[in-house]
Design a protein around this ligand. Structure first.
Ligand code: ZN
Ligand code: ZN
Ligand code: FE
Length: 747
């Protein structure tokens, strides 16, 4: 083994995660000279010595916990003779080929310091290190350096500066590092916040990615006040507890779910309720609760104060009876509030106490929501802790910007072999959310430093995003909604087909202009063929039916020729009789093959939900009632145009809700299975992509996947993105990026 010099280039999530000090320590250990530098390509290293051959292996075998290496390249270089040590040299700016890391919950070392009276970080709410702290939410630009973040307003004190410059220190180049002498300050004391919570008051708290509203979750009056002031009647509230031991008292938590709760991303995890411990008003008529653990040192300080402010970390492992409602501070349907002025203006009528701090939030990032289905995490909302992590693609495609859907919007930008899907933006139904969309889009294009070559959008001609797509003076590819849902799964799993795809969804604009949402498709490369759909039924009232499930129930009874008396609760008789007349008339009505609308209809017929307070409520309540599904023999049929499960509806009208929920789920699952097996046999294809909002239903997903597996069919679900519309931007980008553009505008 002689003296040699190696140049190493590493790409991946390696900036702002303590990567360079890690390299430094390994170079010291192997007695190598040379240097390491962050540059726009990633990390650039040169090492020289007798043990360069061990360098890469040693580096990769002990990566910092937050680092993710995507690619590593090395080449031999000529020796440099006057080099005597190993150095970390300053970042180089230029064309950016990297991306910042998502925000990270407090690490154990920081928590120890937070409650250690000897530490200079003792009870300082903004401590962090290279292994934890805010990232995306405080960053203006790359390379990720302090002056490009919201920390640029806080010059380091000399002690922090010393740690920041010391490669042996955990805070070496920790860009957001700060202490009580030099860093951001909280506007209220922890004692005052806890006092307000104890009194049953509502507290608005500036969190990591935006303001949150907190109240005592054991205090029903506080919850109802929050509901009333926020004008949020029934949508479930998420809860925060100190640790998994505390979560155990409220919900059933598996080992896997505990790991997810404790993970550095600190998502909200949906978990099955234990018998009524908390007021039902937290998540009315649902059998699960959204639980998260503290995601910032500030949250930990609140639980510490609630516990009588003990020093040390022993209390962190104890089951504690304190449960907080922790919900996004925004007006219904509007983006999360991040500016202090807006918080004062908009939250004063809602919160009794508004708590701020003097560091800016640059990127608005909501909490992520996940549910474990079939032992795999399924996203409901992907934002804090995950965004802007990239999704590796099977091959390089031209830089494409996909504008996403209309509701639960995200956008996607591709760069080389990577796709970057934005944080959850929301429904583009109001000016504020549209502004948020544009703000984020601009900042992501800046952070990724890409020149967009193509635009992808939904096939719907009137969506805000579809209109915008055509104003950008670039080639546009419009992708059918369910094709996009399924293509996203294909892109994630690197599948090019031929493969079956089943999209079960609320609404998507079909190739024929009608409402689709229960589609069996054949995908091969960029092509798609609709093999069949759920039996289309009239959707009286169009969009109105989404919040009035009774309309779909009446429509289905009509299609079935069922004259049984169905008088939905709360419906006025005039509207009902008008609707019946309409259905009997020869007037052409909007038709839908939506699976979501079938859930609504079943929920209404069973008397579970005839009027919904929010989209999806009827289906969520129906799912919460189901436990042991049963299929109704002859409750469904398959023909050349698709699957018809309407016959089961004849049996729902006079059935008990629980029994009906089981019957509906069971019949739907069996019908879908037979439908898939039918086409699988004809086409000799044994792989299927599953996506669409209905796959958030745990019972449907678990049973269908298990049945398919049992029959030798491999089912693929989204893994890094939600099955709902939050995932379609990736599918749009993948289709557009792979299109042979000849002025085409349709895929
Ligand atoms: Zn830390
Ligand atoms: Zn300091
Ligand atoms: Fe959809």
């Amino acid at each position: 083994m002689g003296l040699s010099r190696l140049q190493v280039i590493i790409n991946g999530q390696i900036q702002g995660v303590g990567f360079r000090p890690h390299v430094y320590r390994i170079a010291q250990k192997l007695q190598l000279t040379g240097w390491v530098q962050n540059n726009s390509e990633g990390v650039l290293i040169e090492v020289q010595g007798l043990a360069t051959s061990l360098f890469i292996e040693t580096l990769l075998s002990s990566l910092p916990s937050l680092a993710k290496v995507d690619r590593i390249e090395s080449t031999h270089k000529t020796l440099i003779h006057d080099e005597t040590d190993f150095q970390i040299i300053a970042s180089q700016s230029g064309l950016s080929r990297t991306m910042i890391s998502p925000d990270v919950g407090p690490c154990n070392d920081c928590l120890k310091e937070l409650f250690d009276p000897q530490s200079r970080y003792y009870r300082y709410p903004f401590l962090n290190c290279t292994q934890c702290g805010p990232r995306l939410t405080i960053t203006y630009n790359v390379p990720y350096d302090r002056h490009q973040t919201a920390m640029n307003e806080f010059p380091l004190c000399h002690v922090c500066q010393r740690d920041y410059a010391n490669p042996e220190n955990r805070r070496y180049h920790a860009q957001p590092t700060a202490c009580s002498a030099c860093g951001p300050q909280l506007s209220s004391s922890i004692q005052d916040i806890v006092l307000a919570l104890r009194k049953g008051q509502i507290v608005a708290l500036k969190g990591i990615g935006g303001y949150q509203l907190l109240c005592d979750a054991t205090n029903e009056k506080a919850i109802l006040t929050l509901r009333q002031r926020k004008n949020r009647e029934a949508k479930p509230f998420a809860l925060m507890v100190a640790n998994t031991q505390s979560a155990d008292m409220l919900v059933e938590v598996s080992h896997q779910e505990k790991e997810l709760l404790n993970s550095s991303s600190r998502p909200i995890v949906l978990l099955k309720k234990k018998s009524m411990v908390l007021p039902d008003s937290i998540a009315p008529q649902l059998n699960y609760l959204g639980i998260m653990l503290p995601s910032s040192p500030l949250h930990y300080l609140l639980f510490n104060e609630l516990s009588g402010s003990p020093d040390g970390v022993a209390w962190l492992k104890q089951a504690l009876p304190f449960v907080l409602v922790a919900t996004s501070a925004n007006r219904g349907g509007h983006p999360l509030i991040i500016e202090d002025e807006a918080a004062q203006k908009e939250l004063t009528p809602i919160a009794d106490l508004i708590v701020s701090y003097n560091r800016k939030i640059i990127a608005r990032v909501d909490d992520s929501v996940i549910r474990v289905t079939n032992h795999k995490p399924v996203f409901i909302r992907r934002a804090r802790g995950y965004s802007p992590q990239s999704i590796p693609l099977a091959k390089e495609i031209p830089s494409t910007l996909a504008l996403g859907g209309h509701l639960k919007n995200t956008f996607c930008i591709t760069r080389g072999k990577e796709a970057f899907v934005s944080q959850h933006i929301g429904s583009l139904t109001n000016k504020a959310t549209i502004e948020f969309f544009h703000e984020s889009l601009e900042s992501w294009i800046r952070l990724l430093d890409v020149k967009i070559e193509r635009i992808a959008c939904d096939l719907h001609p009137n969506f805000y995003t579809s209109k915008l797509a055509h104003e950008l003076n670039l080639p546009v590819v419009a992708v059918q909604h369910h094709h996009a849902h399924l293509a996203a799964v294909a892109a994630e799993h690197h599948i090019s087909g031929p493969v079956l795809g089943l999209a079960l969804d609320g609404y998507g604009y079909g190739q024929d202009g009608s409402a689709w949402g229960g589609e069996l498709m054949l995908l091969e490369k960029n092509n798609v063929q609709r093999l069949g759909c759920l039996h289309p039924i009239p959707q009286p009232g169009g969009e109105k039916a989404v919040l009035e499930p009774w309309r779909m129930a009446v429509s289905i009874l009509h299609v079935l020729g069922n004259t049984a008396q169905f008088t939905p609760l709360l419906t006025d008789s005039v509207t009902l009789s008008n609707l019946n007349t309409l259905l009997k008339s020869k007037m052409p009505l909007p038709m839908t093959s939506s699976c979501g609308r079938l859930f609504d209809a079943a929920s209404a017929l069973l008397g579970v939900n005839t009027y919904s307070k929010f989209e999806g409520q009827a289906a969520m309540q129906l799912e919460s009632l189901a436990s042991k599904t049963v299929a109704l023999p002859h409750g469904w049929s398959i023909n050349t145009s698709g699957l018809n499960i309407l016959p089961v509806f004849n049996h729902l009208l006079h059935t008990q809700p629980e029994q009906g929920a089981n019957l509906f789920h069971g019949t739907l699952i069996t019908g879908l299975l037979e439908w898939i097996l039918h086409w699988s046999a004809i086409l000799s294809i044994r792989m299927i992509l599953l996506s669409g909002g209905c796959f958030l239903n745990k019972i449907l997903t678990e049973e269908l996947v298990n049945q398919l597996t049992h029959h030798g069919i491999h089912a693929y679900l989204p893994q890094h993105l939600p099955p709902n519309d939050g995932g379609i931007s990736l599918g749009q980008a993948w289709i557009a990026g792979n299109s042979h553009l000849k002025g085409i505008s349709c895929a």
